[in-house]
Design a protein around this ligand. Structure first.
Ligand code: FPP
Length: 248
């Protein structure tokens, strides 16, 4: 159970009653940000970590219950080896470096994705951070790593089919809530708002099941430049929408 946050510095024009409970972000544009400055792409990722940290703090201050970040997709293995290696090392280092602060701030970290394919040292660091923060009652921070939405749905189907085959489950018992309980995100509420930076109008295999009713917000801003003012704009935009969930 996540405790009710104490709001800090929420912009006055935002309605506290209509904030999204859960924001998901596709952090795109790190490479372009670096290229524009004549820097190697990895510098964009490094800067991207700072941006993510600031966003997490801001979400916490403004009373958002969960933030999910798309850190590494199943397709990202196709990047040059040096970049993949850099990202794996970066994730590990950041986790180690930020654990104390996450404890102080009451952040509960969770990972979604096929973690078994990650380097063993990263898997241990992930396990350490997840275990240490498990009982924290502040913002829930979900990191999608080696995550693919289609694969997540497929493996849920396989698990359910196996249960049916073994006679442990009747076909009629399969409903949305049972299906969702077989996804990596079991127990996490669906995102209300999906933000994508760098102007691409795609969901890129991210949380395919979970974003069914999410409001989408795309900004041309590259991820390393996504700051509090940008989040404020995204929330203003979100609060102007009428969420109908298929009704009229
Ligand atoms: C997309 O930009 C970014 C990524 C694939 C990596 C994002 C990862 C981080 C910001 C680090 C997060 C760290 C932790 C510990 C969760 P891109 O490389 O696709 O940029 P481009 O589209 O401009 O090439």
């Amino acid at each position: 159970m996540i405790s009710k946050p104490i709001l800090q510095d929420l912009p006055i024009d935002l309605d506290v009653q209509r904030l999204p409970r859960h924001i998901a972000v596709i952090m795109d544009g790190n490479g372009r940000w670096a290229n524009q400055r004549g820097l190697p792409r990895i510098m964009g990722h490094r800067r991207g970590v700072d941006t993510l940290k600031s966003l997490l703090r801001c979400c916490k201050d403004w009373g958002i219950e969960s933030l999910t970040a798309y850190a590494f997709s199943t397709e990202n293995w196709g990047r040059p080896l040096e970049e993949v290696d850099f990202l794996m090392t970066l994730f590990e280092r950041v986790l180690r470096r930020e654990l104390d602060e996450m404890m102080t701030e009451g952040v509960q970290i969770r990972f979604v994705g096929d973690l078994k394919a990650l380097p063993p040292s990263l898997q241990s660091e992930i396990q350490r951070a997840v275990d240490a923060t498990q009982a924290n009652k502040g913002i829930q921070f979900v990191v999608a790593t080696n995550y693919g939405g289609r694969w997540e749905i497929l493996q849920a189907c396989r698990q359910i089919a196996t249960q049916v085959q073994q006679g442990k489950l009747a076909v009629e018992e399969i409903d949305e809530s049972l299906f969702a309980s077989h996804l990596y995100t079991a127990g996490i509420c669906d995102p209300d708002l999906l933000i994508r930076t760098s102007g691409e109008m795609r969901v890129s295999n991210f949380l395919l099941w979970q974003v069914a009713y999410a409001e989408l917000y795309v900004t041309d801003t590259l991820w390393p430049d996504f700051d509090r003012a940008e989040l404020h704009q995204a929330l203003q935009n979100y609060q102007q929408r009428h969420r109908r969930f298929g009704r009229i």
